[in-house]
Design a binder for this molecule. Structure first.
Ligand SMILES: O=C(O)C1=C[C@@H](OP(=O)(O)O)[C@@H](O)[C@H](O)C1
Ligand SMILES: C=C(OP(=O)(O)O)C(=O)O
Length: 442
């Protein structure tokens, strides 16, 4: 069946990319800025907020639960919080759109408030597993009824006071960690998350920044014990959201693989729990220079100057996966242009993102002439050594923004244009992606 509302877009071979761009705000930090501000007592101010559909879904949900949230004409967001424990029962189902982060973190918040909320989402989100948050939140006392397989639509009936929990994460997931910590905010006593494999730590940093009593103890084997004391009072903050490294990734790789390119990407967040891609691309021979390294709002930030490079295939250490979990689709494109073989493993989590990113990337790359083999938990890619890919196929984006943008970049180095069947999903995380790309092609 053809989707009448889809907007296909063709990406042809590109001239060298040249110039300087600033990418939009970090999606993870933007979600958390809205949620924590909405729970603080008083007015928080946020600049650089990502205004993508996923973050706007979080804003709408926090409004529906009582927070006053407005965007000023100068782009600053002002949020009046309701206080921890003060969330109101939403009158209608919370529409999470395409956003896993909104869904899982907000389920955590609702779980320890005396309210009931229904969560709905699009076809992609409705296929993603929510059992991973249902399990710990049910142990804390929330009553959750989900669709078969622990999917959306689902309903969370919170319990207040909830029961504190010590929870060992069964998979490397910042969303599950954050759901439990956010539930812990309004739970008496100490809620603990035990994290054997470190994942992005924005929740920990920001909860502390808002004044929550949160400690992190690292065991001898690297396991992190994160403890939050509940019934916290959060103080309003002024937040400058750094640029999203996961969005920068598309322009980093584009500049590395389009011959003659020289691009500077300003204000990129480089929190070590997010910066894996830059290290891996450097290992592959990528010319990426960090300029003006600084700290913004407790997060490492730098400008990145990226020049076209002859990339070499490598074996990617599975241990770096959590620090670049959303960047594998675009890394696979870089690998398809590198000289020699790139091997990736330990990427089972990619199968439960907006699409099955291992299978969708393997199929799409094969369709445009790349040599790719899919294994259970990774891809093996034999690159062209810098020669253009044949291209010329239409790629199914499966409502997955990162798939759409990865193949858009692949089109820039293909003989025949690469067409994305529907470009609309890009707006979930990177609304001005095409505008920035066109600007670098002038
Ligand atoms: O906590 C977050 O903001 C996110 C965590 C990651 O998901 P998982 O926790 O499912 O790995 C990541 O893929 C997502 O884009 C954002
Ligand atoms: C996995 C992602 O997001 P989410 O889980 O919030 O849908 C992503 O942005 O790549």
């Amino acid at each position: 069946m053809t989707d009448q509302t889809a907007t296909p877009r063709a990406f042809p071979a590109s001239a060298p990319l040249k110039g300087r761009i600033a990418i939009p705000g970090d999606k993870s930090i933007s979600h958390r800025s809205l949620m924590l501000s909405a729970l603080a007592v008083g007015e928080s101010r946020v600049t650089g907020l990502l205004e993508g559909h996923d973050v706007l879904a979080t804003a709408a949900a926090m409004r529906a639960m009582g927070a006053a949230i407005e965007r000023r004409d100068d782009g600053e967001w002002r949020i009046h919080g309701v206080g921890v424990g003060g969330l109101l029962q939403p009158r209608e189902a919370l529409d999470m759109g395409n956003s896993g982060t909104s869904t899982r973190l907000l389920m955590g918040l609702v779980a320890s408030h005396p309210i009931t909320a229904t969560f709905v989402g699009d076809a992609s989100l409705s296929g993603r597993p929510m059992g991973r948050v249902i399990d710990p939140l049910a142990q804390m006392g929330a009553d959750i009824s989900a669709s078969p397989g622990g999917r959306l639509p689902l309903m969370v009936r919170g319990l207040a006071p909830a029961i504190p929990l010590a929870y060992r994460l069964p998979m490397a997931s910042a969303q599950v960690k954050s759901a439990v910590l956010l539930a812990g905010l309004n739970t008496p006593g100490i809620t603990e998350v035990i994290e054997p494999v470190p994942t992005r730590d924005h929740s920990e940093r920001m909860l502390r920044g808002f004044g929550a009593d949160l400690t992190v103890e690292v065991g001898g084997d690297g396991t992190r014990h994160i403890r939050i004391r509940g019934e916290a009072e959060l103080k309003p903050q002024t937040i400058a959201v750094p640029g999203d490294p996961s969005s920068a990734a598309f322009f980093i790789v584009a500049a590395l693989i389009v011959p003659g390119s020289d691009v500077t990407i300003a204000n990129v967040g480089l929190n070590p729990t997010r910066a894996g891609l830059v290290d891996v691309l450097k290992q592959m021979g990528g010319d990426i220079e960090l300029l003006n390294a600084r700290e913004v709002g407790g997060e490492a930030v730098a400008d990145l100057r990226v020049r076209h490079s002859n990339l070499k295939g490598i074996e990617v250490d599975p241990a770096v996966a959590p620090s670049m979990i959303d960047e594998f689709p675009i890394l696979f494109v870089a690998a398809a242009l590198a000289e020699g073989r790139t091997v990736t493993r330990g990427l089972d989590e990619l199968r439960v993102k907006e699409s099955d990113r291992l299978s969708v990337m393997a199929t799409g790359l094969q369709a445009i002439g790349a040599r790719v083999q899919e294994s259970e938990d990774g891809l093996v890619i034999d690159g062209t050594g810098g020669d253009p890919l044949p291209g010329g196929a239409t790629i199914a984006g499966h409502l997955d923004h990162r798939i759409c943008m990865s193949f858009a970049v692949a089109g820039l180095v293909s003989k025949a244009p690469v067409t994305i069947d529907d470009i609309a999903p890009v707006a979930t995380s990177f609304p001005n992606f095409e505008t920035l790309l066109t600007g670098l092609q002038q």
